[in-house]
Design a protein around this ligand. Structure first.
Ligand code: ADP
Ligand code: MG
Length: 292
């Protein structure tokens, strides 16, 4: 077997909950293992409802949070062994984040083109003003924008969809081999979601970037994913090829997620609070075997 691009081996994150008395350990991520092959770029999707541990997992993959138990390696290097500025920068160049709310990711008082120039300076070794603009424009072109559309603009002067595209352009400048996108379209207008998700497929095919796409939205997941894992309360309940799993989910929780999407909650939240037979069964059911 060749060295995987990303490998998680028995990863858990424990937090303490409660006051001084009665503090208890709580597993935000519980014994998660999977790997992403290095030989073929893919869109690898992590699905789960709110609180299932997706962001905690993303932050561990981005080396922003350390696992309490288990190990994560990227291209064979254990993230725990990354020490010092040079090693950290090398990792950041390879693995880039996209966050949920682009308006939080950008300082409201800073012009968005500055982020692109700074990233080009820091990670692409580009320095002259003309080259910086060219690097920013090239990255923006990959996401359907141009420097003319963002030059001198502040974040609030762009739409959520445009700003998320700028965030993706910025993430592309270092030439990463993996992007970790944590609910990247949940703050974007529904009408624009598909176009952003489509971008991920284009990046996979044209730039050979693997994407970890984190979402609670099965519709976009179904459309864009090569492989998926379904998480519930920190654990993987099901994993495998996306179409196979989403068309024929085996685990009761996956079935419940699918039915929740197909028949939306009239309150519009899509939160799985129902006490249907499927949800009771999901709670009672033991974890499905993980195949990754
Ligand atoms: P998701 O992204 O799927 O909504 P999160 O990873 O954000 O899930 O959270 C998973 C669980 O871990 C939640 O119950 C959350 O409250 C808890 N959690 C996340 N971060 C922390 C933290 N820094 N300290 C304590 N609990 C946390
Ligand atoms: Mg989250």
């Amino acid at each position: 077997m060749t060295t995987p691009l990303l490998h998680l081996d028995g990863v858990s994150k424990l937090y303490r909950r409660g006051g001084l008395l009665g503090r208890e350990e709580f597993r935000a991520v519980d014994n998660v293992s999977f790997h992403i092959e290095d030989n073929e770029p893919q869109v690898f999707t992590i699905i789960g409802e709110s609180g299932s541990g997706k962001t905690t997992l993303a932050r561990m993959i981005l080396n922003m949070v350390k696992p309490t138990v288990g190990a994560i390696s990227f291209k064979g290097q254990d993230l725990a062994s990354i020490r010092g500025e040079t090693a950290r920068r090398r990792f950041m160049k390879e693995v880039q984040p996209i966050f949920q709310n682009p308006f939080e990711a950008f300082n409201p008082l800073k012009r968005v083109d500055r982020y692109l120039y700074m990233t080009a300076k820091n990670f692409a070794d580009v320095h002259s003003p003309a080259q910086l603009e060219a690097a920013a424009d090239a990255a923006l072109n990959k996401v359907g924008l141009s420097i003319g559309e963002v030059r001198g603009r502040f974040p609030h002067e762009l739409s959520g969809g445009q700003l998320q595209r700028v965030a993706i352009a910025r993430a592309l400048i270092p030439g990463p081999s993996m992007i970790v996108a944590d609910e990247p379209v949940s703050m974007v207008d529904a009408s624009l979601r598909m176009s952003i998700v489509n971008l991920f497929r284009a990046l996979r095919d044209d730039l050979k970037v693997s994407i970890i796409y984190i979402t609670h939205d099965l519709a976009t997941a179904y459309y864009v994913s090569d492989r998926i894992i379904i998480m519930r309360k920190g654990e993987i309940v099901e994993s495998g090829p996306a179409r196979l799993i989403l068309e024929n989910p085996q685990h009761p929780y996956s079935q419940l997620l699918k039915s929740a999407v197909l028949s939306p909650d009239p309150r519009g939240q899509g939160v799985l609070t129902g006490d249907s037979a499927a949800s009771q069964q999901a709670r009672a059911s033991p974890r499905a075997q993980i195949v990754s």
